[in-house]
Design a protein around this ligand. Sequence first.
Ligand code: PMP
Length: 416
Amino acid sequence: IDYAKASFRDFENIPGIDVMERAGEFQLFLDYLSVNGHLNYRIESLSGCAPEMDLLLPGKSIAQKCACFVSNDYLGFTQHPAIKVALQDAIEKFGSGAGASPAIGGHFVYHQQLEDRIAKFFKKKSAILYTTGYTANSATLQCLLQKEDIAIIDMAVHASVYEGCQLTNVKTFLHNNMEALELALKHAQHTFRTKMVIIDGVYSQDGDLATMDRIAELTHHYGAYLVVDDAHGTGVVGKTGRGAIEEYDLFDKVDIVTGTFSKAFAHIGGYVVADTKLINFLKYQSKQHLFSTTATPTTLGILKAMDLLDEEPFWKDRLWENVNYLKDGLLGMGLDIGTTASAIIPVKIGDIGKTLEAGKQLLNAGVYANPIMYPAVSKKNARVRLNIMATHTKEHLDKLLNAFEDVNKKLSISKT
Ligand code: PMP
């Protein structure tokens, strides 16, 4: 394996060698990345999730203060005093853990309140909780789709969707490409029993929105169901932060909404929102829900975050001011930021080596942003991804822009 061109995926399975040997091969690759200063995953933070963090950078013994553009805590709510108080009260009242799975003693009043609240948030009747957004997708799809069915999925959806579709037939279509979607639906129409079109509301690597109005039209025309994972749109997009579905006003056209409490709602946990009979089916058939302990009492913090989204809309306004300020600055340098319409801004570079080097130089300048490459995006589409927060200050944003200016001078990453 040529390490300079390799990706993690090359080590998933190597024919003819045992798992320990495979792990050994992978370790050599990790060592190669590390020696070149390109192993910038799992960087240890000595402070919380914030626009500025104390990071223990690889090979260093003292922490460095960095401006951070890696957090999905878009509204900055992980540090909101009212949410912290709600969490403390919840622990005081209910203790530290739920103690059982939902069917046999672990379904508390706050779980029910949260299910009711998130269902209402998306103008639907019922909801079910999972312990992560990842499981909400993977478990639900695994439970609903069998070998007689088909999942028609935008190729840019999250890994959890792919995992959920392992027991069913899968047809991927080119990202946001309506001709490709229609072709897939036509082929599937009379061949498969249940047909499900699965998309994100906001895509995690490009920050762009699904062409949801046309997708909904096509999906229903061909007798399929529409599933939308709006992990990154919720709290960020739409007039009142109900996400891409609100932006398009398609609440009654989406059959199943999935999402996470780990991003704008500043906690952890996943949910699925749909018709009551479908949710009841999941409550008693979805193994990851049925046989896994429910979320901790700190879940009550999510209800507070949902209150604050409506009561303090200025956080969302600040987020968008920051997004627009950064977009203007990056575009002013001639950088390619694609078609983002959310709080995720990709700075598209293309070449993997240059992207890794850009990540390293940004870190050296005290700016933490993630280089993203294959298999998260296609091989020629590497980029540095920026996640913007309402609580970034102008100083943080300017630090990032200055650092990109230097990176651009050294690596020539602009389009023009
Ligand atoms: N869906 C999308 C689009 C995501 O980006 C992610 C995680 N980043 C998830 C689902 C999984 O959510 P969680 O982190 O809560 O497991």
